[in-house]
Write a protein that binds this ligand. Sequence first.
Ligand code: FES
Length: 304
Amino acid sequence: MVRPPALDAAAYSAGDVFMQEKASLFSTAWLPLCAVDQLEAAGSFVSATIGGWPLFAIRGTDAVLRGFRNLCRHQNMLVVEKPEGECEALRCRYHGWTYALDGSFVTAPPLVAPASTDPESTHLIETTVATWSDLVFLRLDNGPAGSPMPPDADETAGIAAGRRALDPGTDRPDPARWEKATIDIGCNWKVAVEELLADDEVPSKPPSYHFPLLFKRSEERGTVLEQIMPRSFLRTRLIAYRSRTAAASESLDALQALKQRLEEAQSARVGGNPARETAAVERFHSAWGEALTRMSPPQARRTG
Ligand code: FES
């Protein structure tokens, strides 16, 4: 049994704790990546490093949405370097290995060509991909390909409830209803989760947190999805998808205020002041500790 680290100052500021989270929690969790409407056209892609894992999703010419580890099979460099865009093939800029949109190896210059074109060693490494509501999630472990089911019943119930609330009666909400706003925050991802959870401690509100990286909340003027993206042990991106009934400027103002609050909370944690212990925060800490004691699945096809 691996012991989780204590939730002391180091848990919010140490790179080795983040690496432990990468190997256990983030290698087995559903990781929200982007809105599905960013990936409608054939060849459209979105890439990000989430919880230490470089990933991307792309729509194939066969209209299938796929997720991949963003690592070239030649020497593990990034294949996709832009955060989003469209392409007809995936060509690694370092030595020219080229992949089709379905991740299969196509060709490489003779000097760096692989000795064998065995798919196990030359195709991009696929992740599990799923969409809930209008968000795309990737998962690194070996769940069934394309499975819509999150890894445990609580998450299933939570996400399903979120989907119904977003768009009752259909699996494809109208993306035109949503504004997207992004902000980078100088804090550990757990600080963002704790502070947002503390906001949710209103008994009349239904639970809105989907462990580990997604919030859904109902506000007076609409619904907000908040996607937490751990970028490093001290950097977190927050992407808010907000009903268009609320003005975009209102969304940005709210995010700026949140950024300031979270960075102050980060300083407090590193200074030894723990998170406010609400019931929701305690549940999060418990789930975090359990996830960190789980060993990651077999790494035979993984590097980096
Ligand atoms: S690392 Fe991609 S072609 Fe060499």
